[in-house]
Design a protein around this ligand. Structure first.
Ligand SMILES: NC(=O)c1ccc[n+]([C@@H]2O[C@H](COP(=O)([O-])OP(=O)(O)OC[C@H]3O[C@@H](n4cnc5c(N)ncnc54)[C@H](OP(=O)(O)O)[C@@H]3O)[C@@H](O)[C@H]2O)c1
Length: 273
């Protein structure tokens, strides 16, 4: 294995074993519920992955599926789950069909059971650096940085992509760790002038090969969150050749992806506490 590779697969497997040990010591089994609506084929795959991992670590898993449902009925279902003390964590699988008010539905999940960390309440707590359930992909990125003992204090970190799912929470998490963080997006002018200054470059856009070698500083650490499927193969947002200039870099697949799933399982354990 290339010594420059940040091996998310390995780290996630190590964390899975640690988590299994902790879960085995619990007096009662924790339960994760995933709510899904409609027939999105990708969602079915993602729900299946969550079920497999949940069962492997020792949780109960339930998939509450609706072919069709209204926003208000879906919120009623979630409120029942919020009240049910046998349920530890609730996930609303995205995307939801267009007839459903996504924000209203997500925000009806109790922040105590919000293992995806996507409610307004969880985001506010994260911004204010209060203890909360952190969204799974940003949590996974932070775990990777910590696992590789990457010190972020005072470092110039550039994040490309400002979504509430990835870039925005990462911005706050890294700021709280005393990094100097710049958040770039689709309206950023001269993106390269920012990325070239980054000691740590984190890219979460969804455009294959957006970041090329000339956009990277020598010895930068690169975290590629992007997942782009082209002709059945997965690619990141960062051109693979960038590893020549980087000191460390996550591969796609096998970098951030596996960390997202294990972070979700860790959040269920947190919520159970
Ligand atoms: N590895 C994992 O586990 C994992 C988890 C989640 C997501 N992902 C992947 O990460 C990528 C991003 O996901 P997301 O949900 O954050 O996507 P998103 O909601 O579509 O956000 C994309 C962000 O990229 C910005 N952007 C678009 N084009 C750009 C450009 N040319 N230059 C600079 N910024 C640009 C957008 O800017 P504006 O805000 O201005 O539109 C937006 O902030 C996707 O490939 C997704 O599949 C991976």
């Amino acid at each position: 294995m290339n010594e420059k590779i940040i091996d998310g697969k390995k780290i996630s497997l190590e964390r899975k074993e640690l988590l299994k040990e902790k879960i085995a010591k619990l007096s009662s089994k924790l339960t994760l519920v995933v709510i899904s609506v409609g027939d999105n084929p990708a969602s079915k795959v993602y729900v299946g992955q969550k079920e497999k991992m949940a069962q492997e670590v020792g949780y109960n898993f339930k998939n509450l599926h609706f072919d069709v449902i209204t926003t208000s009925d879906l919120i009623k279902e979630i409120e029942e789950l919020n009240k049910d003390s046998s349920i530890t964590g609730i996930i609303v699988q995205l995307p939801l069909p267009s007839n459903i008010d996504k924000d209203k539905v997500l925000n009806s999940v109790s922040s105590l059971k919000d293992v995806d960390g996507l409610t307004n309440n969880s985001l506010l707590k994260l911004v204010k650096n209060e203890h909360s359930l952190i969204p799974c992909t940003p949590k996974g990125v932070m775990t990777l940085l910590d696992s590789y003992k990457i010190d972020v204090i005072g470092k110039r970190i550039v994040i490309v992509g400002r979504s509430e799912l990835v870039g925005l929470p990462l911005f706050h998490l890294l700021l709280h760790r005393n990094a100097t963080v710049t958040l770039c997006h689709s309206k950023t002018k001269d993106l390269k002038s920012y990325t070239r200054e980054a000691d740590i470059l984190i890219v979460a856009v969804g455009k294959k090969g957006l970041i090329t070698k000339d956009m990277v500083k020598d010895n930068a650490i690169i975290i590629d969150v992007g997942i782009n499927r082209v002709d059945g193969k997965l690619y990141g947002d960062v051109d693979a050749a960038c590893i020549d200039k980087a000191s460390l870099m996550t591969p796609v697949p096998g970098g951030v992806g596996p960390m997202t799933v294990i972070s979700l399982m860790e959040n269920v354990y947190e919520a159970g506490k």
